[in-house]
Write a protein that binds this ligand. Sequence first.
Ligand SMILES: *Cc1c(COP(=O)(O)O)cnc(C)c1O
Length: 396
Amino acid sequence: MNTHMPLFDTYKRAPLTVERGEGVWLHDVAGAAYLDFGSGIAVNALGHAHPHLVEALTEQAKKLWHTSNLYEIPGQTRLADRLCEATFADRVFFANSGAEAIECAIKTARRYFHVRGEPGRVDIITFEGAFHGRTLATIAAGGQAKYLEGFGPKAPGFVQVPFADIEAARAAVTETTAAILIEPIQGEGGIRVVSEQTLRELRALCDEHGLLLIFDEIQCGMGRTGRLFAHEHAGVTPDIMASAKALGGGFPVGACLATEDAASGMVPGVHGTTYGGNPLAMAVGNAVLDVMLADGFLETVERRALRLKQGLHGLVDQFPDVFTEVRGTGLMAGLQCALPNTQVVAALFDGHMLVVPAGDNVIRILPPLIATDAEIAEGISRLEAAARGLSASHAA
Ligand SMILES: *Cc1c(COP(=O)(O)O)cnc(C)c1O
């Protein structure tokens, strides 16, 4: 027997060997089908193997894969144009991942003050429970001990305050503060929604002190809440925003969006990437936008989300010894559990349904945005079956 394990031992994986996907279904190598309501952690927003994305990628693959950013890439300019058209932004930098998009956001904020002759303004205020990625700077921004431990000194320049605590944020502002960085809905932290009121107060606080407001919409953005970006519900805009995950629908891509003013320090030579904005990624990103910006798509997400939410509330009423609370906005939903969430994830897995655990003892329910009413109903029924089993064994 070959006991050699060639991979870094960094993941505790479920016993599922994946082979292919179609829509909301993920198939393993033995042919079993799993209802995928984790969507690769909010990445496969258009499900698996969406025909429009498959076509865009294969057509681009026949033409051109990679050139570096030494030359103009038409797909990159087009995707940036469309993102700017659809948002607050005037400028976009493309990266390969969420963490890189946040790194770019941090660098953009610091450079903004540097070129204004205020190089001492480097600190970024973040919130407890945040997740901004796994690079050395983004684990410092997230501030979670479990991700920082053992990796040496924490990168300086991040100040953390309690979740969505506007008074604590106000008290943390000093002459070295550059920006406030927040997820409008914490994903990893447990589907914790920042109230629209708090987002508006953060905007006002930034305006009052000349700070930049940075939204991390890597998980909550790109249609998941029924708007293209979650902050639109609050009627405020950031100065800088990170996007990734669903932007590529499964192809690795990240983007840092900014206003003209906020991006003013990002001049030739100060930042770059080999692969970011690569023609393959841009072809897929444009194809994702084709679908999401089509008439009625986001309205349909909102309608489906209502059905999901009704179903989840029903489960909390029916099984209060399993589920204690429904969280989230749109198709970014969470159930707080009365049992350890890992036990609930495992029971669902046995029922061939995939969800994602999160902080605060929550399971994340992140169906592809293309899930039909019938598929949402199938998800609710599998959740109900799992809850029934757990409730019985709980009571016994
Ligand atoms: C996933 C995620 C990141 C990091 O993205 P990677 O692509 O894994 O680097 C950052 N912020 C949020 C809110 C995320 O959900």
